[in-house]
Design a protein around this ligand. Structure first.
Ligand SMILES: C[S@@+](CC[C@H](N)C(=O)[O-])C[C@H]1O[C@@H](n2cnc3c(N)ncnc32)[C@H](O)[C@@H]1O
Length: 223
């Protein structure tokens, strides 16, 4: 890890939701860039960083050594939030995995005492919104982050009852308020158009088709 490599806008946005002095767990840490950044800038003192695979954990250990933070970040090999025991962390970040995988991880296990979940799905954020509401978390904020021709979603959720979805989780009230919402709709429509049209032509009623039709309606309203 290059000392001068800045955190990507996507991870920087996730980091901006982490409360000062919280007990953080970074799930699927890979290179451990997020806890390194947060400790270095004084937001947190230490963290748990987990991954399911050995390679990323070795990379994380190397980076922590490079930054002199080996004693401040506890590395754990675990599946999803199983890395954290009840009341061991206040805040967990799950970034850089697909929305469907994240939704499975959330449904498997969420440790007690977690006050904040910060989630950055690489794809299909609606899986995450649906899973959060099933797991007793409500979305309090969402950010849209453009990075290298892509647009990423960052979801911040806290324990609480979520309002029922009338749009299957394809958007949230927080997303709709974002200044880049219209751009995000256009980006997402372009991304899913080909597979949605193929499915429509084949008579299939997939999630992508439902999302496509809803997004199109929503986008037209904004023109
Ligand atoms: C693309 S990296 C993202 C790294 C970092 N969080 C980021 O956003 O840049 C995804 C990481 O998640 C890990 N991962 C995949 N499935 C996992 C699981 N079930 N539990 C924990 N980590 C997992 C992978 O091994 C990989 O290191």
């Amino acid at each position: 890890m290059n000392k001068n490599t800045p955190l990507s806008p996507r991870l920087k946005s996730a980091a901006s939701f982490v409360p000062r002095d919280c007990r953080l767990a970074d799930i699927g840490t890979d290179h451990a860039r997020l806890p390194i950044y947060l400790i270095k800038n004084g937001t947190i003192e230490n963290a748990i960083a987990s991954d399911i695979a050995d390679g990323p954990l070795e990379k994380a250990a190397e980076n922590l050594k490079y930054y002199g933070l080996t004693d401040y970040v506890l590395l754990r090999k675990a599946d999803g939030l199983h890395a954290v025991s009840d009341y061991e962390a206040d805040c967990a970040v799950i970034a850089g995995m697909g929305g469907e995988l994240i939704s499975h991880l959330l449904k498997k296990y969420i440790p007690k005492g977690l006050k904040k979940l910060i989630i950055q799905p690489m794809t299909d954020a609606y899986f995450v919104r649906r899973a959060l509401s099933k797991c007793g978390f409500k979305i309090v904020s969402e950010n849209i982050v453009p990075e290298r021709n892509k647009m990423y979603i960052i979801i911040c959720a806290e324990p609480g009852k979520a309002a029922p979805f009338n749009d299957m989780g394809y958007f949230s009230p927080q997303l709709k308020k974002h200044p880049l919402y219209k751009d995000y709709l256009a980006y997402r429509l372009k991304l899913i158009e080909k597979s949605a049209v193929q499915a429509i032509n084949a008579g299939a009623e997939t999630d992508t088709v439902k999302e496509y039709l809803l997004l199109k309606k929503e986008y037209k309203k904004m023109l």
